[in-house]
Design a protein around this ligand. Structure first.
Ligand code: ADP
Ligand code: MG
Length: 253
């Protein structure tokens, strides 16, 4: 871990990505990505399938190891070989398209297990935190249910509550609503909107352009492993500067 003094790291960007490259074998999937997310900002990432969006998110919480480049989280370089990866990763909440709940555990247990095992919380405290977060996502009455008995939208809200129960400094979302039936998307976006308005720093890969427009502070368009264009979401969506952005948006809008 770096020895950045606290007062400096507090003012540092929440996420600072510098010249990030990622290869899978000979395949260069991220070709020099630079961007940063300020504290409390919501950045939405869009782009065609295979453009490297998931790989970028997975590098930010070190589910993938960058081939080269630097990533700093609130001033701490997580790509430093001496960094305490587990400790840094615990500061970052991640929500996937596929929910990834433990099917054999109740909702409440899904929310308490990592708090106890990773954060070392006592059972009672973990339950209290879990209940607070279940209430936040509107699912207090489901604490004894098993994931299979919940709708996809409810499962995703449980997954968000589970991530929040670890008290993350920032949240990464990888297409959180893409696996949901259309009528279930709204409730999940509503929870994410609430989080954003509470000041959570968020990086969201999404096809929900309405969400990007309404909630996003910044919109990043990726194609072929590079950031082609970024800016104010309303600007980028209404008036894309690059041909590739225009071509992509003409298909999805
Ligand atoms: P997106 O999320 O934008 O659809 P991904 O980041 O998932 O794109 O994938 C970008 C490219 O990286 C794709 O060509 C994909 O096949 C490749 N890729 C992703 N993960 C792996 C992996 N674990 N091993 C090999 N190739 C991968
Ligand atoms: Mg993806």
């Amino acid at each position: 871990m770096t020895t950045t003094p606290t007062d400096t790291s507090r003012s540092a960007a929440a996420i600072d990505v510098q010249q990030l490259h990622k290869y899978f074998g000979d395949n260069e999937v991220l070709k020099g990505i630079d961007f940063h997310v300020a504290n409390g900002q919501v950045v939405c990432v869009i782009g065609p399938s295979g453009s490297g969006k998931s790989t970028l998110l997975r590098c930010v919480n070190l589910l993938e190891t960058p081939t080269s480049g630097k990533i700093l989280i609130e001033g701490d370089e997580i790509t430093d070989p001496d960094a305490d990866v587990d400790k840094l990763r615990a500061r970052i909440g991640m929500v996937f398209q596929s929910f990834n709940l433990f099917p054999h555990m109740t909702v409440l247990r899904n929310l308490t297990i990592a708090q106890q095992k990773v954060k070392g919380r006592k059972k009672e405290e973990a339950i209290e935190v879990a209940r607070r977060n279940l209430e936040k996502v509107g699912l207090s009455e489901k604490e004894s249910a098993y994931p299979a008995h919940l709708s996809g939208g409810q499962q995703q809200r449980v997954a968000i509550a589970r991530a929040l129960s670890m008290d993350p400094d920032l949240m990464l979302f990888d297409e959180p609503t893409s696996a949901l039936d259309p009528e279930l998307v709204g409730d999940v976006l509503e929870v994410m909107k609430d989080l954003a308005s509470e000041g959570m720093t968020m990086m969201v890969v999404t096809h929900e352009m309405g969400f990007a427009r309404e909630v996003g502070d910044n919109l990043v368009f990726m194609d072929g492993g590079v950031i082609v264009e970024e800016g104010d979401p309303n600007e980028v969506l209404a008036n894309p500067q690059h041909e590739r952005t225009q071509a992509f948006l003409s298909k999805v809008l």
